[in-house]
Design a protein around this ligand. Structure first.
Ligand code: CP
Ligand code: NVA
Length: 299
């Protein structure tokens, strides 16, 4: 049994194979082909934070595959009333075939996985967002082929998305320039692991030079709503606008995991402009996670 708590739970070859499979599954769906390898299977989904894309992509993916997805929130389950994680994991895994968890502390999903008898998928924690990277890398591959040897630039907060980009850089062999304000750099542990693949910048323009892909994310992640005002002033020089995009290669792509705030981390003319591939990136959550579900559950 395999869990998917971070990208590094996969080998680099498995990561690449999932991207290829995601592209195949997308084509099958476009051709109207029915493929139902998960008939009678149940995916339980625990959301301790909000979600649009993650919830809908997993739910739709399970429906396409002939299975079923259950949405569980702490508001109306015993999870919100203090039932221990260990107990919840034991019980939920006795009734379902796979469990997706979106939560705060990464340690929580690790504890959950230890006590689960079925595969656990990370649907985002404070530390990482590995499912999003499957979709981002699929999108890159569709537009530009192999990412090995390319340069990607992360602009903004050294957050969960940035950490997963650092994992992907090391696994797929691309260079990652990271431009963050002081005090908002990625966690040391992740920087240490990816040290041969990353370069830290304080200047966004320098970080975008010779870059093939520019990526950003919200300035205040879920759980940091109280810091929104203070972060807005610190991060203001890090907005991805057309001027900043000009420092990258002319054919550079722009990605954002969404939800986005136009006028904050990205200008409207970039996210809605010709270099942006955010809608493919969002749709690919569906195809990439179907490839992941198949990998974890169909043997
Ligand atoms: N990108 C992403 O994970 O979106 P949701 O928060 O809507 O799931
Ligand atoms: N960094 C963001 C990603 C949302 C998909 C957050 O954690 O809120």
């Amino acid at each position: 049994m395999r869990h998917f708590l971070t990208l590094t739970d996969l080998s680099a070859d498995e990561f690449r194979a999932l991207l290829t499979r995601a592209i195949e599954l997308k084509a099958m769906r476009r051709n109207g082909e029915s493929y139902q390898p998960l008939k009678n299977k149940v995916l339980a989904m625990i959301f301790e934070k909000s979600s649009t894309r993650t919830r809908v992509s997993f739910e739709a993916g399970m429906a396409h595959f002939g299975g079923h997805a259950l949405f569980l929130s702490p508001r109306d389950t015993q999870l919100g009333r203090g039932e221990p994680i260990e107990d919840s994991a034991r019980v939920l895994s006795s009734m379902s075939d796979c469990i997706m968890v979106r939560t705060f502390e990464h340690e929580k999903i690790e504890t959950f996985a230890v006590h689960s008898s079925v595969p656990v998928i990370n649907g985002l924690t404070d530390d990482v967002h590995p499912c999003q990277l499957l979709a981002d890398m699929q999108t890159w591959q569709e537009y530009r082929g192999d990412i090995k040897g390319r340069t990607v630039t992360w602009i903004g907060d050294g957050n969960n998305m940035c950490h997963s980009y650092m994992h992907a850089a090391k696994m797929l062999g691309f260079k990652l320039n990271i431009a963050c304000p002081e005090g908002y750099t990625p966690k040391k542990k992740f920087m240490q692991e990816a040290r041969d693949y990353i370069e830290l910048f304080s200047d966004p323009v320098g970080a975008c030079k010779n870059s093939d892909l520019i990526v950003t994310d919200v300035w205040a992640s879920m759980g940091q709503e109280d810091e929104q005002d203070q972060r807005s002033s610190v991060f203001a020089p890090y907005q991805v606008d057309l001027e900043l995009m000009k420092s990258a290669h002319t054919d550079a792509l722009f990605m954002h995991c969404l939800p986005a705030h136009r006028g904050e981390e990205v200008s409207a003319d970039v996210i809605d402009g010709a270099q942006s591939v955010v809608w493919d990136e969002a749709e690919n959550r569906l195809h990439a996670q179907k490839a992941l579900l198949e990998f974890l559950l169909v043997r």
